[in-house]
Ligand binder design. Structure first.
Ligand code: ADP
Length: 647
């Protein structure tokens, strides 16, 4: 019997009609075919699985990497009387148990989970016993190594879907080039005809490229902001630039505030709130700003620095003009930025030695072992994401099998003074709590305790300690959270294939390819910046969409209309590459005199001087030194060469 989609739409979701693409995607799913929904942000992707989930037998798994978003969605569904739940790391054991009970009784139609949950063998076992209607994969572009936001744990998703025989799969994303879309379709066996893409064309966005020498940008930006005087976001690459530019603007009469991940929470919230209410006209932000920003009347988005990728550019400029009114997206194009961006790429590639250290660590342990990403990134000085990438590849090569995550410790913070907590208890218990509170490592807010170590130290059972922490939490005396995540693995596959040297070489090749792709992405941004034709058409083509006619509003279209000479590509200014001065060299010498362990190798030193933090430099708090980023405008290769002569 054909489903009455319209009736379900009205009855459960209260909408009158479908938006473009929605019905086509739902039809495919209800006919049992996997699909890809490639719609812009806010176009209504979630409905594409939420509605069919109600009509299909069993539970729909929704994989989403963003816990906050997951929480909102589940709450919104529950408010509509749709049975939805989530499983994420913030839930307590009893809550998890409740979700499983509800799943078994068939009371849940949509289950939201974070992708890393699928690493747990016991979870997979539990899933095997359920009737699964389909799987929806949000942010599906994360599966592609061609994508700008590759997440290693996504690689596992298609394997899990196959292993569990889950079908159909709905992949959803708001950003995918044709090659990323092809990767997604391949991973989930999606036929071309079930790749549903709606238009990304936003006629109210007027793209502008304004070439500008590096040292003139602040002035030009000030002029533009004062002239337009509209709610605006200015995107910059570095946190320090956000503050510098915001301060400059304030001094020159622009009502601006900085926003970046390094600011205290209160400052960030104040900046965001001020912008939302209209008290603050301009936010100068790193890419940390924008997620979840729901301001419809942003009239201008400026790129003070070159964006990192075209995908970022689309997303960031897409925040302008949500209300459909004309808005400007202006890039102050300058090639100087290229060096900073390239350096991040070069600096991220692990060295052969570090990779070898890592593969030794992973493949030369016993048959079963566990590891903490935090510890291992400290000992190898490789970023956790890079380590996860290696782990996932070894897993997909069949050499490692993940057995799940467990927590080796807990962190707690007092909600009220310790004395007041103790006061309410009998003397014996008071003495016990006092001893318990003396265990562990105390930070400014959180204390970390390992229950096993604490048990030995105060000669109590581990159970009593865990129970005490949990009743203190229930009584509202403390906040408690698990920490010290450790992942368990078992070695698998052929012993001969587990040669750490060869594995390291394979990984090295992988990272070299990734570096090449990142550099290519930067080149594409400069291609856009120097493009003489219609910029909107160029951008949309990059994302696989053909515009029927030029937009008529971008710099390219306007230059042509005004009869400007457009025979040569637009030239983008580039200052001479800064030399490493004798003062720089003296500063580096002084830094080396301090013998920081985190700056032992020339590459570590070069990264530091280029302003690229690493696990070791962050933990040793070296990124606060003035020399951090001293040579950020010098190409990485030159800095490395200099570091090699000095180490
Ligand atoms: P996306 O995931 O594509 O960014 P969402 O799924 O969050 O977008 O949807 C954005 C908004 O559009 C939501 O508030 C949703 O309720 C609404 N919406 C989705 N589909 C429809 C529809 N057919 N009619 C009206 N509103 C809709």
């Amino acid at each position: 019997m054909p489903h009455d989609l319209q009736a379900t739409l009205r009855q459960h979701f209260g909408h009158k009609a479908f938006r473009p693409g929605q019905e086509q995607v739902m039809q495919a799913l209800l006919e049992g075919r996997s699909a890809l929904a490639l719609f812009p942000t806010s176009a209504g992707k979630s409905l594409c699985y939420q509605l069919p989930a109600l009509l299909m037998e069993g539970v729909t798994l929704v994989i989403s990497p963003l816990i906050a978003l997951m929480k909102d969605q589940v709450e919104a569904l529950c408010a509509k009387d749709i049975r939805a739940a989530r499983l994420d790391s913030s839930l307590k054991q009893e809550e998890v148990q409740q979700v499983f009970d509800d799943l078994r009784s068939g009371a849940i139609k949509l289950l939201y989970i974070a992708p890393e949950r699928l690493m747990s063998e016991s979870f997979i076992e539990r899933l095997k016993r359920l009737k699964i209607a389909m799987m929806a994969v949000d942010e599906a572009h994360c599966i592609s190594e061609w994508g700008h936001n590759f997440r290693p744990e996504y690689l596992r998703l298609s394997h899990v879907a196959r292993e569990l025989g889950i079908h159909p799969v709905l992949a959803l994303t708001a950003t995918a080039t044709p090659s990323v879309a092809a990767d997604i379709r391949k991973a989930f066996d999606i036929a071309e005809r079930d790749h549903v893409q709606t238009s990304f064309f936003r006629p109210n966005l007027h793209y502008r490229i304004t070439p500008c020498p590096g040292n003139k940008r602040k002035e030009l930006l000030t002029k533009l902001l004062l002239k337009r005087k509209v709610p605006s976001i200015v995107y910059v690459t570095l946190q320090q630039t956000a503050e510098e530019v915001a301060t400059y603007l304030q001094k020159n009469g622009v009502n601006a505030l900085a926003y970046h991940a390094g600011l205290p929470d209160e400052h960030r919230h104040a900046a965001q709130d001020g912008f939302m209410t209209g008290e603050t006209d301009v936010i100068v932000a790193t890419i940390a700003f924008g997620m979840g920003i729901d301001k419809a009347d942003i009239r201008a988005v400026y790129h003070y620095n070159l964006p990192k990728t075209l995908e970022n550019y689309m997303q960031e400029t897409g925040r302008a003009g949500r209300d459909g009114k004309p808005s400007v997206c202006e890039m102050l194009a300058c090639q100087d930025d290229r060096i900073v961006l390239e350096n991040f790429t070069y600096g991220d590639t692990p060295t052969p030695q570090a990779l070898r250290l890592l593969t030794d660590h992973l493949l030369r342990q016993g048959e079963e072992f566990d590891l903490s990403l935090y510890e291992i990134s400290g000992s190898t000085d490789i970023r956790p994401l890079v380590i996860e990438t290696v782990l996932t590849h070894l897993e997909l090569e069949g050499l490692l099998r993940p057995l799940g995550t467990f927590y080796s410790s807990y962190q707690y913070a007092f909600n009220q003074p310790e004395a007041r907590i103790l006061a309410g208890h009998k003397p014996e218990r008071q003495a016990f709590l006092r001893r318990l509170f003396s265990c562990g490592k105390r930070g400014s807010k959180w204390t970390t305790v390992n229950p096993d170590e604490a048990a030995t130290q105060i000669e109590e059972s581990r159970e009593r300690i865990l129970k005490a922490l949990s009743w203190l939490e229930e009584a509202g005396d403390i906040q408690l959270k698990p920490s010290g995540a450790r992942q368990k693995y078992r070695l698998a596959g052929d012993r001969a294939e587990r040669d750490p040297e060869q594995a390291a070489q394979r990984m090295q090749k992988l990272f070299a390819e990734r570096e090449g792709r990142d550099i290519q992405r930067l080149n594409q941004i400069l291609e856009l910046a120097s493009e003489r034709g219609c910029l909107t058409r160029w951008l949309l083509r990059y994302f696989g969409e053909e515009l029927e006619q030029d937009c008529g509003t971008c710099t390219g279209c306007q230059d042509r209309e005004q009869g400007k000479d457009i025979t040569e590509p637009r030239s983008i200014p580039f200052s001479a590459i800064p030399e490493i001065t004798t003062e720089d060299v003296s500063a580096i010498r002084r830094l080396l005199d301090d013998r920081h362990a985190a700056l032992r190798t020339p590459r570590q030193l070069a990264r530091f001087l280029c302003g690229i933090s690493s696990p070791a430099t962050s933990r040793a708090r070296l990124t606060r030194l003035d020399t951090f980023g001293l040579l950020e405008h010098v190409p990485f290769a030159d800095v490395l060469a200099q570091a090699e002569t000095m180490r």
